[in-house]
Design a protein around this ligand. Sequence first.
Ligand code: CAA
Length: 355
Amino acid sequence: MALLFAQRLQVPVVMTDLDQARVDKGLAYAHAEIDKMAAKGRVNGDKANRLKGLITGSVTKEAFADADFVIEAVFEDMKVKQQVFAEVEQVVREDCVLATNTSSLSVTEMASGLKHPERVVGFHFFNPVAVMPLLEIVRAEQTDDPTLATAFVVGKSLKKSSVLVKDAPAFVVNRLLTRFLGEVTTAYDEGTPFEVADRALDPLGLPMSPFTLLQLVGPAVAYHVSETMHEAYPDRFYVSANLKKIVEAGKTAIWTYDSGTPEIDPEVAELFEQGDAPLSEEQVRDRALTALAQETQLMLDEGVVAEAQDIDLCMLLGAGWPFHLGGITPYLDRSGVSEKVNGKRFLPAGVASLP
Ligand code: CAA
């Protein structure tokens, strides 16, 4: 995120962290990404040096005193995020916007203890931040119009496509990803072989298999999001017992490619436990698609976004779903899943080339 702001807005960016070692690690990562861009010929030596000079680090939040826009991306824990915002509010100017990159927590609750909750807005990026074009902009209950308008202008200047979403648990992309990944990990937990569960969604043409995506997001983030979702909607969202185990053991990788084909990392395999009720690929896919159709309809009923096309756009730009299939709702309509699950289609005939 620091690199994106420096590169697109050409403004100084300061990153803070708990201690100097963490700050240095963050800076080294940003600098290494700039070196990679230089090696690809995307920026020349001068530009690379200028970009590196724009990104600095600090262990104190005083560094935000003259900031226009502060974005928090700390651990997914409401209390920690509230505390960070309270500290930042002591330091920043009256007109500074406070943005949160939370994956699933309530932006309204996060802002509730502040003197000026009206300047807090959700600003949710997708991994890898440099690549995925989507930004979910979350209007919390107190967010005022100038803050929201600023968030949209900043999003556009960052060359992202912004979609306005309601302050509902996990917003759009993470709600759908968590729902269908929950079905896949549960199928594994119940006894479905890893490779069967992992390739069950291949016909959808997604850029990554479910377990690869879990690894990209990071098991800890995926686990915390699934906890938030389970709390909000216990009937539909599961917390995988196996995911919990590997997070508690501090594992960041789930599978390895060492043998030439993807397989569960042997250390992770030792921690995992499976039941004895395996599903076939088709059954896993059916469960996942049924879950997606149900959740998409519920999101529209709750007004999380204005219309079905917003959900399609979010999945295309935030999760890399195949453009040529038009998004998730045309897929569910074409395959007949929408009618089976909800008794109706999402889109009328003719939209997104639907017959
Ligand atoms: N960091 C920076 N750049 C990266 C990168 C990374 N981790 N991974 C890939 N890239 C860059 C590559 O360098 C390459 O750039 P150039 O064209 O400049 O060389 C470009 O992305 C394309 O890379 P590849 O050709 O290697 O990869 P690909 O075509 O297989 O696409 C992908 C890679 C974009 C990640 C694709 O697999 C994809 O879209 N996956 C789905 C990702 C997804 O669902 N993200 C959302 C997760 S949910 C989330 O993040 C929210 C949350 O709150 C948890």
